[in-house]
Design a protein around this ligand. Structure first.
Ligand code: MRU
Length: 358
């Protein structure tokens, strides 16, 4: 299975090449494939803020490479470069507030910097740390894909309709995805009749990115409007909603793309199971509940305009781009450390004390 899954790794949202970070501009996918070179921490922070690169694990990995670029520039400038680097840390950390992977990756980089020995090249050490963060996310995707597919099989061993939201695929991670990794493994095991994906207004991660990734893999995919989800569940029989996460708090609450919460409520009403797939880097044990998380709000133009064309009436706009799904609406959380069903604070603590399964 591992080899088959690795063969499904076709799309990558970022590449570290010639000591620079190249990101695939996700704003113009799937119709254009434009790579943008980021050669400074400021350029990386801007690419994250403007969503050229997005998805919690992918932005964490980008921030790690951004830290390497910052260290290179500060070291070249001389003086107390390690103190000056803290400004870049802050700049990168502030680029998007909700996904905890961003701060998690930056903290690993910071810790590595503090452990650099006198006989070591600090840049080489930091670069190797960033490459390690990238590679370990890829490995985590492989483990989660298999665990999630096993869970689907446990409840129903035949082909079934599944649903996903936003994009938790290769474009959002260092590998082939969290939720989409599970869908890819389930497809290889003959467990997928069809995947329904909603548009994920207003940024259209579902219709532009997920629909593209799945169709490129030959997985049967059908697009629905966000507002069709409850009707779909009632009419067509969906067995699981499978999503990623931007942050999971200590009690098992799930912060994810706006619309996840209403899908979980719909799923509960229709007896559809709800699975969240996320690496342990997305778990924030320092934050007690989802209510304590800063939820990003984005520009009004995302709702007032479509493809740069004004469509809405001139009114005020509320555009939160993440919401909180309470733990009691979640059937399973799948991580590279294992699976917990019906999450709560106690199970989360036990999960986080386990070793990674790779
Ligand atoms: O605003 P985005 O596109 O960065 O939001 C992404 C999501 O909400 C994803 O579902 C989440 O990051 C999981 S990605 C593996």
């Amino acid at each position: 299975m591992r080899e088959q899954l690795l063969a499904a790794e076709k799309i990558a949202p970022l590449e570290w090449r010639d000591a620079a970070l190249y990101v695939l501009d996700q704003r113009v996918l799937p119709h254009s494939q434009v790579w943008v070179c980021c050669d400074s921490a400021a350029a990386v922070a801007e690419a994250i803020r403007q969503m050229l690169v997005r998805g919690a694990p992918a932005i964490g990995i980008c921030a790690a490479y951004g830290f390497v670029l910052a260290a290179r520039a500060r070291l070249a400038a001389g003086g107390d470069w390690q103190s000056a680097l803290q400004e870049d840390y802050q700049l990168l950390a502030a680029s998007r507030p909700t996904a905890v992977n961003l701060r998690w990756a930056l903290n690993l980089m910071q810790e590595r910097l503090q452990r650099v020995r006198a006989d070591e090249d600090p840049l080489a050490a930091l670069e190797s740390e960033a490459l390690g963060i990238h590679q370990s996310d890829r490995e985590a995707n492989l483990v989660m894909a298999q665990l999630g597919a096993e869970l689907i099989r446990k409840h129903q061993g035949s082909a079934q309709n599944l649903m996903t939201h936003c994009n938790a695929g290769a474009l959002a991670t260092g590998g082939f995805g969290t939720a989409l990794g599970v869908l890819r493994a389930a497809h290889l095991e003959g467990l997928v009749e069809r995947v329904y994906v909603d548009e994920t207004r207003p940024w259209l991660q579902g219709s532009r990115l997920t629909a593209w990734e799945l169709s490129e893999d030959g997985i049967p995919v059908t697009l629905i409007a966000d507002s069709a989800a409850a009707h779909l569940m009632k009419e067509r029989g969906v067995s699981w909603v499978i999503v990623g996460a931007d942050r999971i708090t200590a009690n098992g609450d799930v912060v994810n793309k706006i619309g996840t919460y209403q899908l979980a409520i719909n799923a509960m009403h229709h007896g559809v199971r709800f699975m969240v797939v996320a690496p342990s880097s997305t778990i924030d044990m320092a934050t007690e509940t989802g209510d304590d998380v800063e939820l990003e709000e984005r520009s009004a133009s995302e709702l007032l305009e479509v493809a740069g064309q004004r469509v809405a009436a001139q009114v005020s706009v509320y555009n939160p781009v993440f919401d909180v799904t309470p733990a009691d609406l979640v059937d399973a959380i799948v991580t590279e450390k294992g699976v917990i069903e019906r999450p709560d604070a106690d199970k989360m603590t036990k999960l986080m004390s386990r070793r990674r399964l790779h």
